[in-house]
Ligand binder design. Structure first.
Ligand code: GRG
Length: 312
């Protein structure tokens, strides 16, 4: 059975932590939770489990998990539920990166500063790692332990599974990836680029926020959806800018990849300065959406700034 356990590593009340302490605490929580959820390497098939742990642990900013925790804090969602949701989203994200790096997709040798999964292992293992991480995400959200320990009622659990499934599938992330692969070398309009990124990157970021907000009221969820849609796109615009401005060592993945692969990006379509202005506009729309919630939305505001200012 998947173990779902709140780590007890932070002794301070989360509301009293400054932002960087809060980030570190939550990153430690998610790392620990994932470490418990992922099968141990001594469980057969050992290599598959080793490769799953290699790809899902010890790396990544955990932005999606942080967004899920922050939305949960604002909406009063039980932290066990939030942690399971954050873990499930990070598992889907890890699967997408493993498959995205494969030769049949973006063909990248470097991820999170280490050889990509198919370079460290092989293509067949990487394919199975992605498949198994995806299944593990849904297993995590539907685990008996979550029902028992967090009193997550079946209808809410099904709603959460539905949110994650829609965000991951052909009308979400996988669909966005399909459009992305078909767009190489094509002159997209900004609207077409935006539609593609809403699915490829935005859908999972929106799911992270909505899952965290699962106990919120109608007004909170409506506002948080607008926040999520805007910050999800801002995340992608910043990613396109970093692809041009940052170096490989800082990014932990190959810099300049989009330009070299002849992919349409916000920078190629708008230009560098307008792309930065566009990111700022999206950020401001995200912040405006949660303004009515005052202090309770402070972490979401801080995370929006974190996403804008990230250097990798
Ligand atoms: C294979 C179905 C399938 C989908 C792949 C997410 C994705 C779709 C591909 C990743 C390609 C990419 C670089 C997209 C840009 C935005 C993005 C998802 C960046 C990576 O996310 P971060 O920066 O990564 O949150 P870390 O390593 O910090 O978790």
């Amino acid at each position: 059975m998947t173990k779902i356990g709140m780590t007890n590593l932070g002794i301070k009340n989360p509301a009293t932590l400054d932002f960087s302490e809060w980030v570190t605490t939550k990153q430690t929580h998610i790392e620990h939770a994932l470490g418990q959820i992922l099968p141990a390497v001594n469980i057969v098939p050992n290599i598959l489990h080793e490769a799953m742990r290699y790809s899902a642990l010890a790396g990544g900013k955990r932005v999606r998990a942080l967004l899920c925790y922050a939305a949960a804090e604002m909406c009063g969602t039980n932290m066990l539920i939030a942690e399971a949701a954050a873990s499930a989203v990070e598992l889907i994200h890890a699967y997408s990166l493993v498959h995205d790096d494969m030769p049949c997709m973006d063909d990248d040798d470097l991820r999170r500063g280490k050889p990509s999964c198919h370079k460290q292992y092989d293509d067949a293992t990487a394919l199975l790692v992605g498949d198994a991480l995806q299944s593990l995400a849904f297993q995590t959200l539907s685990d008996d332990a979550l029902g028992n320990q967090a009193n997550l009622q079946a209808p809410l659990m099904i709603n959460m599974l539905n949110i994650l499934a829609k965000a991951s599938g052909s009308t979400g992330m996988a669909g966005g990836q399909a459009i992305d692969l078909a767009s190489v070398g094509k002159p997209l309009t900004q609207a077409e680029l935006e539609a593609m990124h809403n699915l490829k990157t935005g859908a999972l970021i929106q799911a992270a926020v909505l899952l965290g907000a699962i106990s919120g009221n109608h007004t909170q969820i409506a506002a948080i959806s607008t926040y999520a849609a805007n910050i999800g796109l801002a995340f992608q615009v910043v990613d396109d800018i970093l692809d041009v401005e940052a170096d490989t060592a800082t990014l932990g993945k190959t810099a300049g990849k989009d330009a070299n692969s002849n992919k349409p990006t916000y920078v190629t379509i708008l230009g560098l300065v307008p792309a930065k202005q566009h990111a700022q506009k999206l950020y401001e729309a995200a912040i405006a959406a949660i303004a009515p919630f005052g202090d309770s939305a402070q972490r979401l505001r801080e995370l929006a700034t974190f996403i804008m200012q990230r250097s990798f």
